[in-house]
Design a protein around this ligand. Structure first.
Ligand SMILES: Cc1ncc(COP(=O)(O)O)c(C=O)c1O
Length: 467
């Protein structure tokens, strides 16, 4: 049996052992970029640990506290090993999720007027990274966006190089993998930015579930991750993995329990603790943080490369199947945004369903019908407005007109109407570790059975509440 056959057998076994509830409830789960489903093994391991010993608040010296501290520190080392990071150069700050990790950097980065450090973003970014611009803006710093180029939702390397050559250096933020299109942006930009005198924040949240990262080869200053995306359980823990040198540049806007070395209430002075403690406000989630080590052990016992291979094959099957879906008259049934093949991308596919006349079917109809069929996919704008604006080819001029002044829309539906869009977003399908080929086939069959020939009656669609 070759790689493929062995892998199929392996992932069928994993599905039965760890994700058997998907089959027991006849669900098709295809939203791994949202979250990986919970593996039973990790819940069992967590319960066994908590049942077997006392774990106290780590901010003291008791045996129960020491038991927690030991595991939290072991989790830090485990994360560094997973990311092939030298502990002398890097440390790990535990956060609730990737967004909080980004915020720690954004709120503390020394933006300071037009002549201070600048912020450089790619148009492809999650809102949790786009939001850094508000810290930059309120400090009066320059903010620049590198746009997409071509029709695959990629960002041109030359445009990045030109932007990095700007007079004001600062913080460059981009995703290792797009949460919208699955595009993988080149890791080499990190080195290039570093050579040009920039700090880099690499958003690895959507990338890590199917990609490996070596911080020795890709020496980003800041890397953010949400662990539930990689191994499903627990949610509520993420990390800011940071170069110690880069952390030293940050200035925290406040202090809290746990972040302080010495402080006087009356004299109103304080001295921050060393990193990473200086960045962990209050009590860390000391019951969940140790599970990161357990989760990474579980994940690496399967093998990051094996997961990547499996997801690439599922994505290939999905993309091939989508391209083959046709209405009876021969017109395509879906429009895929981003790369149509598996080169330079991960397992995240954005699409819209088309009606027999080639018009986009409102994504809320797809959400309604897929939910009724027991299929979990993501619909909407996926918190990545830059990619959505490009996919729908909306001009910056129109966007400016619709977002400000008298033309401003106050609801998302009003905004969509003013932009003249056929739909408010797209459908995102992201296979992952919990899937088998049959899930892809069932999703393709669902699209064919539901949308080929005629679109289901619209009926009343609930207003869209947020992007
Ligand atoms: C690329 C990317 N960045 C950041 C985030 C934010 O992660 P979280 O919601 O866990 O903070 C996500 C989550 O979907 C993501 O895909």
């Amino acid at each position: 049996m070759g790689h493929d056959g062995q892998d199929d057998e392996f992932f069928a076994g994993l599905r039965a052992d760890d994700f058997g509830y998907l089959d027991a409830t006849r669900q098709v789960y295809l939203d791994h970029t949202g979250a990986t489903p919970v593996p039973r093994a990790l819940v069992d391991a967590h319960a066994a640990r908590l049942r077997g010993a006392a774990f106290g608040n780590p901010h003291t010296e008791s045996p129960a506290s020491a038991a927690s501290t030991e595991l939290v520190e072991a989790a830090r080392r485990r994360v560094l090993r997973f990311l092939d990071a030298d502990p002398a150069e890097y440390t790990v700050v535990f956060t609730a999720n990737a967004s909080q990790a980004v915020k720690l950097v954004g709120e503390s980065y020394p933006f300071r007027g037009r002549t201070g450090p600048a912020l450089l973003l790619t148009q492809d970014n999650h809102n949790s990274v786009n939001g850094v611009r508000e810290f930059a803006r309120s400090a009066g710093a320059r903010v620049r966006l590198v746009p997409f180029s071509g029709d695959e939702l990629r960002v041109d390397g030359t445009a990045v190089r030109d932007a990095l050559a700007a007079r004001r250096r600062g913080l460059f933020c981009y995703p290792a993998q797009s949460n919208f299109s699955g595009v993988r942006h080149p890791p080499e930009w990190v080195e290039r930015a570093r050579d040009a005198g920039w700090h880099t924040l690499l958003d690895a949240a959507a990338y890590l579930p199917t990609g490996t990262l070596s911080l020795r080869r890709t020496p980003a200053d800041f890397v953010v991750a949400s662990w539930y995306k990689v191994f499903g359980y627990p949610s509520g823990v993420g990390s800011l993995v940071a170069r110690r040198e880069a952390l030293a540049v940050l200035r925290r806007p406040w202090f809290a329990g746990g972040t302080i070395q010495v402080v006087s209430a009356q004299a109103r002075w304080h001295r921050m603790a060393q990193a990473p403690a200086a960045f962990e406000d209050g009590t860390p989630d000391f019951h969940s943080v140790p599970q990161i080590a357990t989760g990474l052990d579980w994940y690496e016992s399967i093998g990051a490369d094996r997961v990547a291979r499996h997801v690439t094959r599922l994505t290939d099957r999905l993309l091939g199947g989508l391209a083959a879906l046709r209405h009876p008259g021969g017109r395509p049934l879906v429009r895929v945004y981003g790369p149509r093949g598996t080169e330079g991308r991960g397992g995240t596919v954005a699409l819209n369903v088309l009606d027999p006349r080639g018009r986009i079917v409102d994504e809320r109809i797809v959400a309604r019908e897929s939910s009724a069929a027991g299929i979990s996919v993501r619909t909407g704008c996926f918190c990545n407005p830059g990619a959505g604006e490009e996919a729908f080819a909306i001009t910056p001029r129109l966007l400016r007109r619709t977002g400000s002044g008298r033309g401003r829309a106050d609801t998302i539906d009003g905004y969509i109407e003013r932009l003249g869009l056929p739909s408010g977003g797209a459908v995102r399908v992201s296979p992952g570790i919990a899937n088998v080929a049959d899930d892809i086939d069932r999703f393709l069959d669902f699209l064919r059975d539901t949308f080929a020939a005629a679109t289901p009656a619209t009926g009343a669609l609930a207003p869209r509440l947020s992007c």
